[in-house]
Design a protein around this ligand. Structure first.
Ligand SMILES: Cc1ncc(COP(=O)(O)O)c(C=O)c1O
Length: 336
């Protein structure tokens, strides 16, 4: 029986092309900056995003942490959304390791609008911390995409107020596909951008941090400080190159499959779908007992995360076909 893993797009297996590229990669010591495969990946990522430079880091969490660390000092404050990944899923790294305070925007749609930034920025007052950074996210962890116009206005506002902008673009390529724009257009709304080569792009590890040359120099030094300087990293960067060259071109399949699931779910009484999917994530609740649903899924070979307050999340990715989603639909019909 096939295991159908719908928990996340982080569960992807490297495609054959990645496995071959990994084995054959030309490598060197990346702390000395002489790994040709890493250097090529960094050059490609910077060019794709329209930034001066880029750095290969271990994970999205490390990329966000280093981006914040390299644009703040202890005691500074940043503005971000209360449900953004840096707040909810990064183990408090920005407090523990960067020593920054956070001012959280609390909107039902999890977006940040220019007026939120205007209202949250601190005045120049001896009693108050310095606001230095706005941290945006696109696509959002709730599966929605922030419109480009909102990001552009956020960026204009932040710069007018003397703030830098960091973008957590873990699923940047999904966002660009949903917005029907170039990743460059989104990256232009931030001074620093992190995007993941893992997740929908299917690499076994790694994220890119992109920005100005000066910023990347600071990120490289901080990466070494936290023990993230790798040696023959080209074996991993080789998968990143396949991710950029090949996997970015198939992401639409995941979005189409998410839409397929959405349409099927809409036909079933007792299923409440949160909205039409914009990327590869479908959220829904069921008029059915969770334990019974999870058991039915397990017996059919489906891996699902438990619900978040009754809301289930399915993520489509490479290796998930429409027939796999039909198995889920069958389980839902059975349990209802
Ligand atoms: C929006 C967002 N940002 C950052 C990350 C962190 O990435 P990683 O798991 O590689 O640390 C994730 C992971 O799922 C994410 O969804």
């Amino acid at each position: 029986m096939k295991t159908i893993d719908l928990r996340s797009d982080t569960v992807t297996q490297p495609i054959d092309e990645m496995r071959k590229a990994m084995a054959c990669a030309e490598v060197g010591d990346d702390v000395y900056m002489d790994d040709p495969t890493v250097n090529l990946l960094q050059k490609k990522a910077a060019e794709l995003l329209g930034k001066e430079d880029a750095l290969f880091v271990m994970s999205g969490t490390m990329g966000n942490l280093l981006s914040i660390m390299s644009q703040t000092h202890h005691g500074d404050e940043l503005i971000t959304g209360r449900n953004n990944h840096i707040i909810t899923h990064e183990v408090g790294g920005l407090a523990a390791l960067c020593g920054v305070m956070t001012r959280l925007i609390n909107r039902p749609d999890d977006m940040i609008y220019p007026e939120d930034i205007e209202a949250a920025v601190r005045p120049d007052d001896i009693h108050e911390p310095r606001t230095v950074l706005v941290c945006l996210e696109n696509a959002l962890s709730n599966g929605t995409v922030v419109p480009l116009e909102v990001m552009q206005k956020d960026y204009e506002t932040a710069k007018r107020l003397g703030l830098n902008v960091h973008l957590d673009g873990a699923r940047l390529f999904n966002a660009a596909l949903a917005l029907n724009c170039d990743v460059k257009d989104i990256a232009a709304c931030a001074d620093s951008v992190m995007f993941c080569l893992s997740k929908g792009l299917g690499a076994p590890m790694g994220s890119m941090v992109c920005g100005s040359k000066k910023f990347i120099e600071r990120v490289r030094k901080n990466r070494k400080r936290i023990g993230g300087g790798g040696r023959q990293m080209g074996h991993m960067a080789a998968c990143g190159l396949v991710a950029l060259d090949v996997m970015t071109k198939r992401l639409h399949e995941d979005h189409d499959n998410a839409k397929y699931l959405y349409e099927k779910l809409m036909e079933i009484p007792g299923v409440h779908v949160a909205g039409e999917p914009q990327i590869s994530m479908v959220f829904f609740s069921l008029d059915a007992d969770e334990t019974a649903f999870m058991k039915t899924c397990k017996e059919a070979g489906i891996l699902m995360n438990p619900s978040d307050k009754g809301m289930y999340r399915v993520v489509t990715h490479v290796g998930i076909e429409q027939e796999d989603l039909d198995v889920l639909i069958q389980c839902i019909r059975q349990v209802l």
